[in-house]
Ligand binder design. Structure first.
Ligand SMILES: [Zn+2]
Length: 315
């Protein structure tokens, strides 16, 4: 583990040529920012937490004394009339109630400014087809790269290079964990996996956001940070192994750890394999079982195609 908590394992350590497979480990949350005299807790974001979905959610406040339960309260519909008729959740007005009568009582529960707040929702399976839960972004990627490691061992595959299996912190606040670990490992190539939006659910404009759909396979991104040779190796692998895949494009950053790896050191050939996900950054993120399986298979098969000293030169 590195100083900030990024965890990694190495298969075949000590080789000159180093390849990374990576998924971020962190999840979005909230920080306690202010405790009012009346004992209500006001928050700021830790990553892209969505204020719109907060009211009526149960939360876990992480303290030195353990987890304290709370709820995001919200004024009843009956009380929202007149100028309050269109009251909407905003970062400034959402608040947590822990059942305390005032600030002193909140403090005595071990809650202070800076405590981290997460949702308590757990994993469920819908229609034997979809995983549903919070922080599938990107725990599910962590699961996939661990599965790749398991497959390599199970099938007794010998890689000609050192493979680093990396679960990096701080993606949600700006790819910082990947930045740190890329400098530590100095890899020769990196395959990143993260989630991407299923854009076929209501109210998402596919003209603007492209068309990606759960169940149709992992998505391969075309973007400046994505190395064409590495991405094409992955696409060719998908085609020969008959693994379904989709294509997506990003005009600048991919918004994933791919950018951090690609632009680290003197430039690291990097590619992104994304898992389509519905309702990102809610507590009911949905991922298709088939996509999870195909994504794992695609990383695994692609790794077997990478050579030690692989030539990533365009000319
Ligand atoms: Zn995210």
């Amino acid at each position: 583990m590195d100083s900030y908590g990024t965890a990694y394992g190495v298969i075949n350590p000590g080789k000159d040529f180093k390849v990374v497979i990576e998924a971020h480990a962190d999840e979005i949350s909230w920080f306690v920012n202010h405790i009012s005299k009346e004992g209500f807790i006001y928050v700021i974001r830790n990553g892209g937490s969505d204020h719109v979905i907060a009211p009526s959610k149960r939360v876990n406040i992480h303290t030195e004394k353990g987890i304290v339960r709370g709820v995001f309260g919200w004024p009843a519909i009956h009380t929202r009339s007149g100028k309050d008729a269109n009251l909407n959740p905003a970062l400034e007005n959402i608040f947590i109630d822990v059942g305390a009568k005032n600030r002193d009582e909140v403090l005595k529960m071990g809650i202070h400014v800076g405590c981290v707040i997460t949702y308590g929702s757990t994993l469920e399976i819908l229609n034997d087809r979809y995983y549903v839960g919070r922080a599938l972004d990107n725990r599910i990627g962590g699961f996939c790269i661990a599965e790749v490691a398991r497959l390599l061992k199970e099938k007794k595959k010998k890689l000609p290079y050192s493979l680093y299996i990396v679960n990096a912190v701080q993606e949600e606040i700006g790819l910082r964990g990947a930045e740190m670990i890329a400098h530590r490992i100095k890899p020769d190539a990196a395959i990143i996996t993260d989630v991407t939006h299923d854009t076929t659910t209501p109210m998402i404009n596919t003209n603007k956001h492209g068309e990606t759909e759960c169940g149709k396979g992992p998505s391969l991104t075309y973007a400046p940070a994505v190395h064409n040779i590495l991405r094409d190796l992955i696409i060719k692998t998908a085609e020969t192994k008959k693994i379904p895949f989709q294509r997506a494009a990003s005009s600048r950053s991919t918004g994933t750890d791919t950018d951090a790896f690609a632009y680290s050191n003197a430039g690291v050939p990097s590619a992104l394999i994304s898992l389509p996900l519905r309702y990102m950054h809610t507590t009911v993120e949905m991922a298709h079982k088939d996509d999870v399986e195909n994504l794992t298979k695609l990383i695994y098969e692609s790794l077997l195609k990478i050579e030690s000293g692989h030539n990533f030169k365009y000319f």
